[in-house]
Design a protein around this ligand. Structure first.
Ligand code: CO
Length: 134
């Protein structure tokens, strides 16, 4: 059920600025800065051969990452995103094994136009986990 690592997300105050050095120094392909109001973030992606780095920046006063960025003003790793072939089957299996799904438990459309869910970091060794339908 556990598929590819889709991305590692880094939360920052300015996503475009944070991504820039990946383009200039590493030569990575950098996406535009895209607002995702339903998730309360702007995103910029750096594409690597085997995965992506997602830079997320607070969008709106109630952004779920605003406090995280205030606590980590230089930025910090925020979550890991794994692909799963069937997000509902994955969710139900994870819940049956005792993992907690954040929010109302229903998938939302994520940065790649596919359904995503977030899983409680206390159930994953301190790492916030996002699953995305592949
Ligand atoms: Co993500």
């Amino acid at each position: 059920m556990l598929g590819r690592l889709n991305h590692v997300a880094i939360a920052v105050a300015d996503a475009a600025k944070a991504a820039k050095i990946y383009g200039t120094a590493f030569g990575a392909e950098i996406s535009d800065r895209v607002p995702l109001p339903e998730h309360g973030v702007y995103t910029v992606f750096a594409t690597l051969p085997n995965t992506k780095i997602e830079f997320i920046e607070p969008l709106g006063e109630n952004s779920t990452i605003r406090k995280f960025v205030e606590r980590n003003p230089d930025g910090a790793i925020h979550h890991l995103c794994y692909e799963v072939p069937d997000i509902i089957a994955a969710r139900d299996q994870l819940i049956s094994e005792g993992a907690r799904v954040l929010g109302d438990g229903e998938p939302k459309i994520g940065a790649h136009g596919k359904p995503v869910l977030f899983l409680h970091p206390k159930d994953f060794s301190g790492a916030l986990v996002e699953i995305e339908q592949s």
